[in-house]
Each structure stands twice: as structure tokens, then as C-alpha cells.
Design a protein around this ligand. Structure first.
Ligand code: THU
Length: 135
């Protein structure tokens, strides 16, 4: 799969970031199973803890349009290095896929592909709640 378009869209999404506190703009582009791309950016808050990351904001936008199956997500920041999803976002994304391809994009446009099972091994997901219990 060629992720260059998805990578480019994540770079565009950075400019939607509202990050006056960290001054760290992050962009995400989420590809749905049906081929649509949803953008996300981090949105911060004066009370700090209500901040939402770019990855989760992209997911929320897609979910609110009825999408639940995803092919890949690309993430970038202004840094010319890979910006890897935080722990909260890894677990959030795990709800929808255990092995989602994750494209990490440098600000120069160079990107690499990794996946959620690499970033979040032995994860806990919806299937665990459905397992037989021994009480
Ligand atoms: N951030 C993201 O949006 N995604 C990541 O993968 C890492 C961190 C945001 C959260 C906060 O607004 C800013 O980057 C600095 O941590």
C-alpha cells in the first residue's frame, strides 16, 4: 500500500492544531476501510488535562460519520523526526484494531510504517471482555 497521500494529509492537518500551551502541533490522517480520509489535530485547553491528541481527534471525526473500520493512520508534527502516538492514543485506537498500520511522518515528508501491535504488544481489547470467566 502506498501511504504517501495519507502522510501528506497528516502534514496538512498539523496546521489545524490548537496548541497555544505546548506550541507542539500534531496532525493525523485516518484512512477508513471505505477509502475516506479524516483529519485530526491536537486541541489543548487552559485547564491542561482536557487536551486531546491529533490521533484521537481524527478517530472521533470518523466515528461521528459512522466509520468503525480503519486501514491506517498517519501522524506528524513540526519536528523532523517521527512523532509516535502517546500511550492513551495507542489504547484508544486498540478499541478498533489490534494491528492498525501506523505511518510515522517526519516534517520533511519522510515516513515509515509501523503498526499498533508493535507499539502496544499484548494489548487489552474488547475481545478480552468477552472471554469466559472462572469465578
Ligand atoms: N500529542 C499528540 O497530539 N499526539 C501525539 O502522538 C503526541 C502528543 C499532543 C498532545 C499535546 O497537545 C502536545 O502534543 C504536546 O504533548
Amino acid at each position: 500500500m502506498d501511504y504517501s497521500d495519507l502522510a501528506k494529509k497528516s502534514l496538512e492537518a498539523r496546521f489545524l492544531s490548537y496548541s497555544p500551551y505546548s506550541d507542539f502541533k500534531v496532525g493525523a490522517a485516518l484512512l477508513t476501510e471505505s477509502g475516506e480520509i479524516f483529519l485530526g489535530a491536537n486541541v489543548e485547553n487552559a485547564a491542561y488535562s482536557p487536551c486531546i491528541c491529533a490521533e484521537r481527534s481524527a478517530f472521533i471525526c470518523a466515528l461521528m460519520k459512522g466509520h468503525k473500520n480503519f486501514k491506517a493512520i498517519a501522524v506528524s508534527s513540526m519536528v523532523d523526526d517521527y512523532t509516535s502516538p502517546c500511550g492513551v492514543c495507542r489504547q484508544f485506537m486498540r478499541e478498533f484494531s489490534a494491528d492498525l498500520p501506523i505511518i510515522l511522518v517526519k516534517s520533511s515528508g519522510t515516513f515509515i510504517e509501523t503498526s499498533l501491535d508493535v507499539l502496544l504488544p499484548m494489548s487489552f481489547g474488547p475481545d478480552d471482555l468477552a472471554k469466559e470467566r472462572n469465578e
